[in-house]
Design a binder for this molecule. Structure first.
Ligand code: UD1
Ligand code: UDP
Length: 384
């Protein structure tokens, strides 16, 4: 039987988690047809942003780690391109597999397409229509040099068509004749798969004095929220008000970017009040199983994360989005989430609204939990 070789690029936390779904499908169903070589760029490197997920989600240890670390966009991306190119020249894979929209994604797309290795983009077609976001640039550039584009949502698929991709190209596929698919979301696969396993972490709630349905889960890491003191303060003032008015706990597992900036940028009075408030639990980044447990038991999610917005939806929780737009349009259109940006008043109003009138429905926008199997099948089918 013909076996294909893929090189998977991961680097940032959400990519490590996403990759778990494809690695699982390969291990369970495609081990005789797909060999996977994993390259970690080292974009995220703290144990709780990287290592923890390999152990917990049973992801194979990366074959290569470029250990690029943190730097400016240009420097970080160029170091990754150089490192990935060297590996591709040695490994000579049939495909490079890229996830999402980070600098690791862009580096993989540039390195591979220049030496004619077909690019597979998982999470293709998503758009915020806001090019001031580094992620918007990364995902557009990656899509437009890809050979196989797997979109998790109907909106993403339609975005590709609007940008000139044809719905029904015929094989053989290549960068000038790419294939586009609407296949569901590998993160939905993961949430279904790990939801039950997360119960093994149930002590985590008690250990943090959290009662099911009596706390709000909040994450903040988007660069425009963390790096602009005015926006970060506005968000924190709203959270403080909610914690007092609702007499409710707020659990904040903080991305290292936010932890670092919080102490520098806070107007001291607000920061002190939050640190001293028994209703705020400021935590280091948690594991994926702990995160799923927190999402399943929260009353509501407040976040600027792409992944956490969707997971709120997967677990039927209302979500307040701390951004001015979202790539996950379906969840807002369905009424399960509201965009409030970093507007203090809008955040509080949305919290009140969702507290009194929770969303009615969570339609199945994200597939059937088998996106990873579908992707593997297509890779195998089209490599002959
Ligand atoms: C990156 C992605 C973003 C994604 C996020 C997921 C880009 C452009 N951005 O943003 O799309 O939503 O990952 O979490 O690729 N840091 C540490 N330890 C780490 C990692 C980061 O302390 O293990 C700190 C460093 O100070 C670093 C900062 O966080 O400068 C930002 O990290 P970086 O990877 O550049 O961007 P993210 O904000 O994590
Ligand atoms: N996540 C996690 N621990 C945390 C915060 C987030 O495991 O402390 C998971 C979360 O469940 C989701 C993914 O990380 O699967 C989202 O990553 P992040 O918010 O960093 O990036 P984004 O999705 O915005 O790119």
């Amino acid at each position: 039987m013909h076996t294909i070789k893929i090189v998977t690029i991961i680097g940032a936390r959400p990519q490590i988690i996403k990759a778990a779904a494809l690695s699982r499908a390969i291990r369970n169903t495609f081990s005789d047809r797909i060999t996977e070589v994993i390259v970690h760029t080292g974009q995220h490197y703290d144990d709780n942003m990287s290592q923890i997920f390999f152990e917990e989600l049973n992801i194979p240890i990366p074959d290569y780690n470029l250990k690029v670390g943190s730097a400016s966009h240009g420097k970080q991306t160029s170091l990754m391109i150089e490192g990935i190119e060297k590996i591709l020249l040695v490994e000579k894979p049939d495909y490079i597999v890229l996830y999402g929209d980070t600098n690791s994604t862009l580096a993989g797309a540039i390195a591979a397409s220049k030496i004619h290795i077909p690019v597979v983009h998982i999470e293709a077609g998503l758009r915020s229509f806001n090019k001031s976001m580094p992620e918007e640039i990364n995902r557009i550039l990656c899509d437009h040099c890809s050979t196989m584009l797997f979109s998790p949502t109907q909106t993403g698929f339609q975005n590709l068509i609007k940008e000139g991709f044809r719905e029904k190209n015929s094989p053989p596929y290549h960068a000038d004749n790419p294939a586009i698919y609407h296949c569901g979301d590998v993160m939905y696969d993961n949430s279904l798969y790990f939801a039950k396993l997360s119960e093994s972490k149930s002590n985590f709630l008690q250990d943090n004095s959290l009662k099911p349905d009596h706390y709000i889960l909040c994450t903040i890491h988007r660069d425009n929220n963390t790096d602009q003191p005015r926006r970060l303060n506005s968000i924190l003032r709203a959270l403080y008000q909610i914690s007092i008015e609702g007499n409710i706990k707020i659990f904040l597992p903080l991305h290292p970017r936010t932890s670092k900036l919080l102490s520098q940028n806070q107007d001291n009075d607000l920061y002190r009040k939050i640190l001293n408030s028994p209703n705020f639990i400021i935590h280091t980044p948690v594991s994926f199983l702990e995160m799923i447990l927190l999402e399943k038991n929260t009353t509501m999610v407040i976040t600027d994360s792409g992944g956490v917005q969707k997971e709120a939806f997967f677990f039927n929780k209302p979500c307040i989005i701390l951004r001015s737009e979202t790539e996950w349009k379906e969840i807002v259109d369905s009424g399960a989430a509201e965009i409030v940006d970093a507007d203090e008043e809008k955040i509080v109003v949305a919290w009140k609204r969702f507290s009194h009138t929770p969303p009615m429905s969570y339609p199945p926008f994200f597939g059937d939990g088998k996106a990873a199997e579908f992707i593997c099948e297509e890779l195998v089918k089209n490599s002959c």
